[in-house]
Write a protein that binds this ligand. Structure first.
Ligand code: SF4
Ligand code: SF4
Length: 602
C-alpha cells in the first residue's frame, strides 16, 4: 500500500459507446499508478452497456464497479458515481477519452501540492483527420490558453479531465441538474467552485486523448447545445444571485479567430477560422433559441393575443396574493384596495413573525441617482453622487430576505429614480428567482417609462408600477402615462404629487402642504429601507443615513428590526412622542436635525 498517494476514484459516465468505453478502460489498465490506490466507477446512463462482459473483462485489473441509472445525462451519471465513490478524490474522464500512462500520477503530484484545489488536465484530439474534431479541440485549447493568462470568472475545466476532492464536490452538491442536458455543467460547476473562493489549477501535463468523431451536423449541434447551456447558465446564476455572466473583452473574440494562425498551415488556417466562426453562430443561435423558448414557456397563453397585459408577460409566475391583487385591480382602484391589502399583510406578519408591525415593504436603494431635483425632496438641497448597487451587496440583501422567507413588497426606491439603473431587469429577476414570495414594485417619476421598458420589467417580475407626476408638467408625459395606464390598468397607476400632503423629510425641505404627524407616525413601521451599502435604516426620511439598525453583512432582517434602541424609538414615534432627532424634526419640535429646511408652518 502506498500510504503517501491519494486514494482516487476514476469516474466514467457512458451512453451507448461500448467500444469507446473499452478503449478508455484499456488505457486505465496501463496507468503507472498503484492498483490499490485507485478504483474505477462506470455509470451506464440508461444505455445498452453489456455490464457483465465489461465487469468480467476489467474488474480485476481496475477494481471496477458498474452502476446503472435511467437516462438523465452525463452530469447526473457523474453525481451518481460520486455518491458511490470510495476515493478521497474524484477523477472524471469521458468514455471517448484515453488516459496517458502517467495521467493519475501527474494529478496525484498536483494533489500533494494543492490538496483542496480543483484540477483540470489537458486533452488532445485523437482524430487528426477529422476537421470538426480538430476545430472543437482548437476551441478548447484556445479557451484554456486565454483563461490561464487572464483572471476571468468564466475560467472552467472540461469534465473529460477533471480532479476534485470528493468531500468538496459533495458539499457543492455536484453538477447542476438543469444544465446537464446542455453540456454546460462543467462551466456552471467551476463558477460555483470559484465563487466560493476555492482554488482552480490547470495541470497541462495531465493529458488525455479525446476521440470524439464529429460530422458537420454533430459539430453544429454540439455548439448549438453549448449556446443553449450558456443561457441556462445565465438563468442559474441569476437565480443564485451571482449576477449575469461577464462578457469577455473584444480581444478575446479576436484571439479566437487568430488562434488557427498559431496552430495550422495553408488552407487548414482558413478552414479552422471558418469553423471557429461557425461555433459562434451556433452558440449565438442556441442562446437565442433557449431565451425564446424560456420566454414563451413563461408567457402561458400569449399566442394570438394582439394586446398583452403585464400578467401575460410575467416570466416567473407571481405568488397567489399578487395574482388575486391584479385580478381585483381590473374592477377596483389601487387606493380602494389598500386597506384590505394592509389588513392582509398585517395578519400575515402576525402569523409568521408574531409581530403585525413587521415591515410589509422593503426598499432597496439600487442607485443614488435621480434625473430630477424636486423642491420637496432632499435631492434638491444636497444632490447625491450617482452610484449603482454592488452585485455582492444586492446578493446579500436577497439572502437576508430569502433566509426568513419574507413576503411583501420589494421596492427599488430611496430618493432615486430606479429606471436609471440599467441592470434593473436583472435585479428584479434575481429577486423573484431567489425570493419567490416578494412582490417587486417600481416607484418612478415616469420620465423614462416607455411601454418597452414596462414590458421588460414586467417580464422580469415587476407586479406594480407606482408612477408619480411631478412638476413641471408636460403634455408628452401626460399622454404617454395616460396611454400606459389605459393599456396596463392592473399593474400601473399614477398620482400627482401635489394632491398629497408631504413629510418635510426630517426637516430637510419645506413642502407646500405638510402632513400633520401629531397623532403619531407609522412610516417607520411600514417599510424597512436598505441603502446602497447594505445598511438597514430607521426610516426612509433619513436621507443622511444617521440612524442605522444594522448591516446585511452582519444582521438578518429580524435582528436589525428589533434593534432595541430603534424599537423603542419606533414605538414612541407611533404614539406621537418623537424621541430621536430626525423624528423631532419631522414633527417640527425644536432640537431636531433640520439642515436646510426653513422652519415649518404646520
Ligand atoms: S423624482 Fe422623486 S427622488 Fe427624484 S427628486 Fe423628485 S421626489 Fe426626489
Ligand atoms: S417622524 Fe420619524 S418615522 Fe416618521 S417620517 Fe419622520 S423620521 Fe420617519
Amino acid at each position: 500500500m502506498h500510504a503517501a498517494l491519494p486514494r482516487i476514484t476514476v469516474i466514467i459516465p457512458t451512453y451507448r459507446r461500448t467500444d469507446a468505453l473499452r478503449a478508455c478502460l484499456r488505457s486505465l489498465t496501463k496507468l503507472d499508478y498503484p492498483r490499490e490506490s485507485f478504483d474505477v466507477v462506470v455509470v451506464d446512463d440508461g444505455g445498452d452497456l453489456p455490464a457483465l462482459d465489461i465487469k468480467a473483462e476489467f474488474q480485476a485489473p481496475l477494481n471496477l464497479s458498474v452502476l446503472t441509472q435511467e437516462n438523465a445525462g452525463p452530469g447526473a451519471a457523474r453525481n451518481t458515481a460520486a455518491r458511490a465513490a470510495r476515493g478521497d478524490y474524484l477523477a472524471f474522464i469521458d468514455d471517448d477519452c484515453m488516459a496517458e500512462v502517467d495521467w493519475l500520477k501527474v494529478h496525484a503530484s498536483a494533489i500533494a501540492a494543492h490538496p483542496h484545489s480543483l484540477l483540470g488536465g489537458r486533452s488532445r484530439n485523437h482524430l487528426a483527420d477529422n476537421v470538426y474534431s480538430a476545430a472543437s479541440q482548437h476551441l478548447i485549447d484556445c479557451l484554456y490558453e486565454y483563461f490561464a493568462c487572464h483572471e476571468s470568472p468564466a475560467f472552467f475545466f472540461a469534465t473529460n479531465n477533471l480532479v476534485v476532492p470528493r468531500q468538496q464536490f459533495l458539499e457543492l452538491q455536484g453538477f447542476d441538474g438543469e444544465l446537464m442536458r446542455f453540456a454546460s455543467e462543467d462551466r456552471e460547476f467551476c463558477a460555483r467552485w470559484s465563487g466560493r473562493g476555492q482554488d482552480m489549477r490547470f495541470i497541462p501535463e495531465a493529458m488525455v486523448s479525446h476521440a470524439h468523431a464529429l460530422t458537420l451536423r454533430s459539430f453544429w449541434e454540439q455548439h448549438y447545445a453549448y449556446g443553449r447551456g450558456a443561457y441556462r447558465l445565465r438563468l442559474a446564476r441569476l437565480r443564485r444571485g451571482q449576477g449575469p455572466l461577464r462578457i469577455e473583452p473584444v480581444w478575446f473574440f479576436i484571439n479566437l479567430f487568430l488562434y488557427p494562425l498559431k496552430r495550422a498551415r495553408g488552407f487548414a488556417i482558413v478552414r479552422l477560422a471558418l469553423l471557429m466562426l461557425l461555433t459562434h453562430v451556433a452558440n449565438l443561435g442556441g442562446f437565442l433559441a433557449e431565451a425564446s423558448a424560456q420566454g414563451t414557456a413563461g408567457r402561458g397563453s400569449m399566442g394570438g393575443s394582439a394586446r398583452l397585459g403585464a400578467g401575460d408577460i410575467t416570466m416567473i409566475p407571481p405568488p397567489l396574493s399578487a395574482r388575486i391583487y391584479q385580478g381585483l385591480r381590473r374592477f377596483v382602484s389601487h387606493a380602494r384596495l389598500m386597506p384590505a391589502v394592509t389588513a392582509y399583510e398585517k395578519a400575515a406578519n402576525w402569523m409568521r413573525y408574531g409581530d403585525p408591525k413587521f415591515p410589509r415593504s422593503i426598499g432597496i436603494e439600487v442607485t443614488t441617482h435621480c434625473n430630477r431635483a424636486c423642491s420637496y425632496c432632499p435631492q434638491s438641497v444636497d444632490k447625491l453622487q450617482a452610484r449603482h448597487i454592488d452585485w455582492e451587496v444586492y446578493r446579500l440583501i436577497l439572502e437576508r430576505v430569502s433566509e426568513m422567507r419574507w413576503s411583501g413588497s420589494l421596492d427599488f426606491h430611496f430618493y432615486n429614480e430606479p429606471l436609471l439603473e440599467e441592470n434593473l431587469e436583472s435585479l428584479v429577476g434575481m429577486a423573484r428567482a431567489t425570493c419567490p414570495r416578494v412582490l417587486p414594485r417600481i416607484f418612478t417619476n415616469g420620465d423614462l417609462l416607455t411601454e418597452k421598458r414596462l414590458r421588460s420589467l414586467a417580464a422580469a417580475g415587476v407586479i406594480n408600477f407606482n408612477v408619480t407626476r411631478h412638476p413641471p408638467y408636460n403634455e408628452e408625459w401626460d399622454r404617454r402615462m395616460g396611454s400606459l395606464a389605459a393599456r396596463y390598468p392592473h399593474c400601473l397607476q399614477w398620482t400627482c404629487i401635489e394632491d398629497w400632503p408631504l413629510s418635510n423629510r426630517a426637516g430637510l425641505v419645506k413642502p407646500r402642504r405638510v402632513a400633520s404627524l401629531k397623532a403619531g407616525c407609522y412610516m417607520t413601521s411600514y417599510s424597512l429601507p436598505i441603502d446602497i451599502d447594505g445598511r438597514y435604516l430607521f426610516c426612509c426620511c433619513d436621507y443622511y443615513r444617521q440612524h442605522v439598525l444594522g448591516n446585511v453583512r452582519e444582521h438578518g432582517l429580524v435582528e436589525a428590526w428589533n434593534n432595541p434602541t430603534y424599537r423603542a424609538a419606533r414605538l414612541q414615534v407611533n404614539a406621537g412622542n418623537p424621541s430621536i432627532d430626525i423624528c423631532r424634526s419631522c414633527f417640527g419640535v425644536n432640537g431636531g436635525s433640520r439642515r436646510n429646511g426653513a422652519p415649518l408652518e404646520d
